[in-house]
Design a protein around this ligand. Structure first.
Ligand code: FES
Length: 111
């Protein structure tokens, strides 16, 4: 497989039920990852342009489900299954879904 232009890292961290931080997996990240993979294939990006991978905790748990986009280095937060087609469509156009991008100030939960 060739090196893709972009890699999407979907946090798949799972914490125990009732943990105060929650986790992306508990918010549906495994389903989001699977849907991203399927949508990348559907829109013809999977083989050369973009790959959806899983990751451990990206340390922005309160924004889960979190997806990091490389190499640009921005993060999507509170991603749901309904957002997946829009995310992939934006990738195809070389754009990003601004309403889902985590602002720098929103990384720190205490702010
Ligand atoms: S559990 Fe997903 S960012 Fe921490």
């Amino acid at each position: 497989m060739p090196k893709r232009e972009r890699y999407l890292f979907v946090c798949n961290n799972r914490r125990a039920d009732g943990h105060p931080k929650g986790s992306c997996a508990a918010r549906g990240s495994e389903e989001v990852h699977a849907a991203l993979k399927a949508e990348l294939g559907k829109q013809g990006l999977a083989r050369e342009h973009a790959r959806a991978c899983t990751s451990s905790c990206l340390d922005v748990c309160h924004q889960g489900v979190v997806v990091g986009v490389s190499p640009e280095g921005y993060f999507y937060g509170k991603v749901t299954l309904a957002d997946v087609p829009e995310i992939v469509e934006a990738l195809r156009k070389g754009e990003r879904v601004e309403r889902l991008v985590i602002a720098d100030d929103d990384f720190d939960e205490s702010k």
